[in-house]
Design a protein around this ligand. Structure first.
Ligand code: AMP
Ligand code: MG
Length: 365
């Protein structure tokens, strides 16, 4: 992969006043009311526009309390509700959750089914053995073959869960929930509702790799840039429409390198091993949870199979960047992706989504 004039682009990026984030940056002129939260291991910046400071600060206080609660309740490796639920599942017992978690699990179940299990939050045990249930990147050796074989034999799936009201049970004790692949998107969906309830019409929420917007920034839309996974710069920008969410998954976010191989934090549930071949996937849709889940699923699906999985999950705007620097995008993403600094870093191959895919039937459980 050749170096793509990083210095020139980085200079332009800074000159344009980009806010730095994980996979995306918000392009904005003078900031309005901004607050930063720490949630799910990442900084989450919320910016409101056009409301008095007191109203914005009150709304931020509500958001902060909700984010702290989600962080506690949805955490995969710290004491909290999810850990208790996982313990109950392992012991073959039903468990009572609150309505928000029940709804999130039902949503995850449906999205997992739609993705043919390539996105599947039931694979927490696989994520853990690769060392990703920690705040710092793992060190050391990959897990032993026998460990991976045991995890695969357990075949954990979200569809093993039955969610009856707020009672959750699993028919499979190997299910270990890790909501990390869609919790951020779901949290931004909930935050959007909070902000609307507080009378805020225009805002942007930016959380390392995920952005969601309410309304617009006055005369212009909220504009965000997708980070170039290979170097300091951006691959392009998207002007988000009210209510849209853009999420990027990638192996550059959390990983460890061993023996010249990069091990991603995104695990292929079919092999219990980190996915290979894809460096980043960005998905644009009207739902944070869907964009986030789909970005993870399509990373696992890989260069050949992603169009089918995208069609099954009902997302149309996708950008994929592979290990060798190839850029692939759907027509819907091409319509929205704007070059920054005079062009895209590489030619983009337009890939149509198949029209005749069978959408998996996901029985309610
Ligand atoms: P994301 O950055 O949204 O792609 O989410 C990655 C996170 O989701 C990882 O750090 C794991 O906690 C979890 N995860 C990894 N692989 C999967 C998978 N195949 N399906 C669902 N969750 C996953
Ligand atoms: Mg995701």
């Amino acid at each position: 992969m050749t170096l793509r004039g990083s210095l020139a682009r980085a200079a332009l990026v800074l000159a344009a006043g980009l806010a730095l984030a994980g996979g995306v940056r918000v392009l904005r002129p003078a900031p309005d009311i901004t607050e930063t939260f720490y949630v799910f291991g990442t900084l989450l910046e919320v910016e409101t526009r056009g409301v008095p400071e007191a109203q914005a600060r009150d709304a931020m206080a509500v958001l902060g309390a909700h984010f702290r609660q989600m962080h506690r309740d949805w955490h995969a490796w710290a004491p909290g509700k999810l850990e208790s639920l996982n313990a109950a599942i392992a012991a073959g017992k039903p468990f009572e959750v609150d309505p928000a978690l029940a709804k999130l699990l039902a949503q995850g179940r449906e999205l997992a089914c739609r993705s043919n299990g390539l996105f599947d939050p039931a694979v927490g045990g696989m994520v853990e053995v690769w060392g990703f249930h920690a705040d710092t990147p793992p060190e050391g050796d990959p897990p032993a073959e026998a460990v991976l074989a045991r995890l695969l034999a357990g075949a954990p799936k979200m569809t093993d869960l039955t969610i009856a009201g707020t009672t959750v049970r699993s028919s499979n004790p190997a299910v270990q929930l890790d909501l990390g692949a869609y919790a951020k998107g779901a949290a931004l969906d909930l935050a959007e509702e909070d902000l609307q309830a507080a009378g805020i019409r225009d805002a942007v929420l930016n959380a390392g790799g995920g952005v969601q917007v309410l309304g617009d920034h006055g005369a212009r839309p909220w504009r965000v840039a997708i980070r170039d996974p290979f170097e300091w710069g951006v691959v392009g920008a998207v002007s988000l429409r009210p209510g849209e969410a853009l999420h990027t998954s990638g192996n550059y976010e959390r990983y460890f390198d061993k023996g010249g191989i990069r091990f991603s934090h995104i695990i292929d549930p079919r092999t219990a091993r980190p996915m290979r071949g894809v460096v980043s996937v960005s998905v644009l849709s009207d739902s944070g949870a869907l964009s986030d889940a789909a970005a993870t699923a399509l990373s696992v699906a890989g260069e050949k199979d992603w169009p089918r999985i995208a069609a099954q999950m009902g997302v149309t705007a996708v950008l994929m960047i592979t290990d060798d620097g190839s850029m692939l995008a759907t027509p819907a993403m091409m319509d929205r992706l704007e070059p920054v600094a005079g062009g895209f870093p590489a030619p983009i191959t337009v890939v149509d989504l198949p029209k005749d895919v069978a959408i998996p039937v996901c029985p309610a459980g």
